[in-house]
Design a protein around this ligand. Sequence first.
Ligand SMILES: Nc1ncnc2c1ncn2[C@@H]1O[C@H](COP(=O)(O)OP(=O)(O)O)[C@@H](O)[C@H]1O
Ligand SMILES: [Mg+2]
Length: 217
Amino acid sequence: MEILKLEHVCYQYDNTEHMVINDVSYSFGNGKLYCITGGSGVGKSTLISLIAGLDIPVSGKILFEGNDITKINRDMYRSQKVGVIFQSYNLLQNVTAAENITLSMNISGQHVKSNSQPVYDLLERVGIDKNKADRKILKLSGGEQQRVAIARAVSSGASVLIADEPTGNLDSENETKIMDIFLRIAHEDNKCVIVVTHSEQVAGRADVVIKMEGEAH
Ligand SMILES: Nc1ncnc2c1ncn2[C@@H]1O[C@H](COP(=O)(O)OP(=O)(O)O)[C@@H](O)[C@H]1O
Ligand SMILES: [Mg+2]
């Protein structure tokens, strides 16, 4: 089923001369892993912020389940429908992995008790055991931190996960593990997973590869 659709999306930053995203139309379904590739500066991160509802297209539409995301409750869309994962993890460093998940679930309106079983279950599913779940983020490796960030993105119940170069800071062993998790989330949990990557190894495992082309200025 098609869950997300971009229709003739254009975007231009303020005080710049050119469109960064120029007439882009893509369609994304549940149960598939998509990779977006393309050279540096073609607009991949910009596209991610548009899909995440952090920025609004200057023209064109982004439809989630058929509804224009600028016409639905943006806070609800951002906190419950899409989960974003960054290269730099963006976790709270000084609290534990379990507390990071608990906080995020509370923000998305699910009232879980601090460090309760559903929190540990989410972390377990990305290979973070109880012992590691109770460790402060700064005491986890990069690969482990990224797995916590994925659990956090999943914890809101989001049906679309978007990740901007999620393995950019990781070695190839961890890259493989992160991709195993994304593929499982797409194929077993029937989510739509969109991964921006430079890595051919990562793109090679996607169900669909979308190559963004830059504008010739
Ligand atoms: N805040 C901004 N203001 C102006 N230009 C920007 C801003 N952010 C990014 N850009 C420009 O937009 C283009 C696309 O950037 P980006 O989406 O980050 O590309 P990618 O992620 O593919 O490397 C680049 O030319 C970049 O310099
Ligand atoms: Mg980028």
